[in-house]
Structures are given as structure tokens and as C-alpha cells.
Ligand binder design. Structure first.
Ligand code: ZN
Length: 236
């Protein structure tokens, strides 16, 4: 594969109600970054069809992180590699498992979100997101264990770079496409929105200071930015 020729297209447009899903194309090689929620499966398939593609034509998935709005259509793509951080995977599996504990979840959640009490509305918000998350979360929807390729040990396909942005969740990655002066950055939830971050209903950052630095770092790349929950824009 030629090193810098990945083309990016939106399959699902990010908004306050759903995450950005991206098709990466290099010649006749296709990858998908983030797959969305179960009810978005028909939209995702339609977006592929409009480009003459079927799920079987996709050679690999890349996950920015494992919150429910980003990974629950992974099962539409069986048998192909899923590139992700093991840290982000293990953290999320453990989070959703602990959130299912009706009696102790409020205490357990502090393991994952130690800054919860720094936020005025976090308790109420967490309860809401917990219900939403538990309704959707099924480990079989994120792919099977033999599909995972941990980016801690293996690089992404040539021409794609990993930019670790752990402020949103530990091990969160943004994907940098191209290594020229003006890259395309698939930010995931390291950058939710160009200027409406506060309107996106998502979990609070794992680490607020790091989250701020991640956002600044992405904006400083002065490229085309694909936020996790908003339309693409050019930084600079
Ligand atoms: Zn999200």
C-alpha cells in the first residue's frame, strides 16, 4: 500500500446523538474507524452500499475506544482484524461489567471516573448514561477475542498513525492519516466537537487536564479534523 494515499469519508456523521464513523480507502483496501450503535447498523450498511461496498469488503476496523456509541457494530465485520488499544478495551469491559452492579455501581464508577465529584451534574448524568450503556452493551457486539490486534504491540497499516489521547478514557487513540504537513486527524472523543463540547452528552473525561491537552494537541496539528461527535473542520 502506498504510504500516504488513504482517503477518508464519513459513513456516519457525528452529532450529539451518535459518533462519527469513517471509511478509509487506499486503492481497493478499505478500513472502518468506529462502527456506531446497534440502531445505526442499517445506516452504516447503506453508507457502504452507496460506495459500492459490502461489510465483507472491509479488511479491518480501528476503534478509538470502547464506549457503546463507537463499537457496537463491530460484529457486522466478523473475522477481520480489529485494531485497538488493549488498555481501552479492558477498561471499558470492566466499566460496563461494574456498572451492571445495581447495588454498588455508584461507588465502583469512581475507579473509572475518579474526578466524578468535581462535576456538579455528574451523578445525575452518570445514572442516565449508565442506563443507556447497559441497554446497548453486549460484549459479542464488539468483536471476538481472536479479532483484536493490540496497537500496544503492532502498528496500524502503513500510512496511518496512532496518536494516544488518554484524557477521555485510558488508552483512547486518535488516528492520524498521512504524514504530510496537513494530516487528517480522526479524533474520536479526544475532540468531541469544534465548539460545542458542552452540548455532547457523553461520559465525563477520565482526566480533565489530559483531555484539555489532548484537544489542544489535535488542534495544533493544523489539519482536517474529524471530531467524535461533530462535522469535520479544518484547524489552523
Ligand atoms: Zn462518543
Amino acid at each position: 500500500m502506498a504510504a500516504t494515499s488513504w482517503k477518508t469519508e464519513l459513513l456516519l456523521a457525528g452529532s450529539w446523538r451518535g459518533a462519527t464513523s469513517v471509511l478509509l480507502t487506499n486503492g481497493n483496501h478499505h478500513l472502518v474507524v468506529d462502527s456506531g450503535m446497534p440502531h445505526e447498523a442499517p445506516l452504516l450498511i447503506k453508507a457502504l452500499e452507496q460506495r459500492g461496498l459490502k461489510p465483507q469488503d472491509i479488511e479491518g476496523l480501528i476503534c478509538t475506544h470502547f464506549h457503546v456509541d463507537h463499537v457496537l457494530n463491530n460484529s457486522l465485520f466478523p473475522h477481520i482484524p480489529i485494531y485497538a488499544s488493549q488498555q481501552a478495551h479492558d477498561w471499558a469491559c470492566s466499566l460496563y461489567s461494574d456498572l451492571a452492579d445495581d447495588l454498588h455501581w455508584e461507588k465502583l464508577v469512581l475507579k473509572y471516573y475518579p474526578e466524578t465529584f468535581d462535576y456538579e451534574r455528574a451523578r445525575a448524568l452518570m445514572g442516565k448514561l449508565r442506563k443507556l450503556g447497559l441497554r446497548m452493551w453486549h460484549p459479542q457486539r464488539i468483536g471476538t477475542p481472536e479479532q483484536f490486534v493490540w496497537i500496544e504491540n503492532r502498528p496500524l497499516p502503513e500510512g496511518l498513525g496512532v496518536h494516544v489521547t488518554s484524557g477521555h478514557v485510558p488508552g483512547h487513540v486518535s488516528v492520524v492519516v498521512g504524514n504530510g504537513a496537513e494530516p487528517t486527524v480522526i479524533a474520536g472523543d479526544a475532540l468531541l466537537s469544534r465548539d460545542r463540547e458542552d452540548q455532547i452528552l457523553t461520559m465525563i473525561p477520565y482526566n480533565r487536564d489530559q483531555f484539555r491537552r489532548d484537544r489542544e494537541g489535535i488542534l495544533a496539528m493544523r489539519g482536517r479534523i474529524l471530531p467524535g461527535h461533530d462535522r469535520p473542520f479544518v484547524s489552523g
